[in-house]
Design a protein around this ligand. Sequence first.
Ligand SMILES: CC(C)(COP(=O)(O)OP(=O)(O)OC[C@H]1O[C@@H](n2cnc3c(N)ncnc32)[C@H](O)[C@@H]1OP(=O)(O)O)[C@@H](O)C(=O)NCCC(=O)NCCS
Length: 164
Amino acid sequence: MLRPLTPADAAIYRRNRLRARKDEPQAFGADYAEEARKPLDFFIRRLSPGADWLTLGYWELDDLIASGILMRQEKKKCRHKASIFGVYVSPHARGRGLSRILMNGLMEQAGAMGVSHLYLTVTAENEAAKGLYESLGFEAYGREPAALKVGDRLIDEVLMAKVL
Ligand SMILES: CC(C)(COP(=O)(O)OP(=O)(O)OC[C@H]1O[C@@H](n2cnc3c(N)ncnc32)[C@H](O)[C@@H]1OP(=O)(O)O)[C@@H](O)C(=O)NCCC(=O)NCCS
């Protein structure tokens, strides 16, 4: 079941995020150690209802197995734009179409908010995520060289966009 996460989900959401940042550091901008220092309160605030910010989670029974964030821009001249980030499916649940369900949910919410342009970034080597986004109509419009440094390794990011 796909639904917006609420402050009551903060502990399980935090645990999943930390596991993702620890196990797959090359997939995310946020660093594990930095994330681990953030208290539960930070995530409670993050999941509190806000007009321009939404985290969707996919649940199987009590297990949160996929999540992703939609963030609409605040400035008046930029309110037609939103970004998607933090897209994650637990390793044991991959290959079953859950990321597609999650992304469709985020795009639907964006449309309902009145957003017309969606943006995201993906590391250049992340073939699975690039395949997902391309299959949903996102197109690359640029590339940031050396966007992330993971250990000693510099990783480029591809910038992608979709008009709803
Ligand atoms: C990328 C990720 C979200 C895909 O989740 P998933 O639920 O396994 O993907 P789905 O089963 O919904 O597949 C959707 C599409 O993604 C693409 N895809 C998924 N896994 C893929 C793989 N291993 N190789 C190539 N393309 C892949 C395909 O286009 C697929 O469509 P298809 O099945 O019709 O070919 C998941 O692997 C993940 O969480 N990875 C780690 C975190 C991450 O990289 N997040 C993205 C940050 S930008």
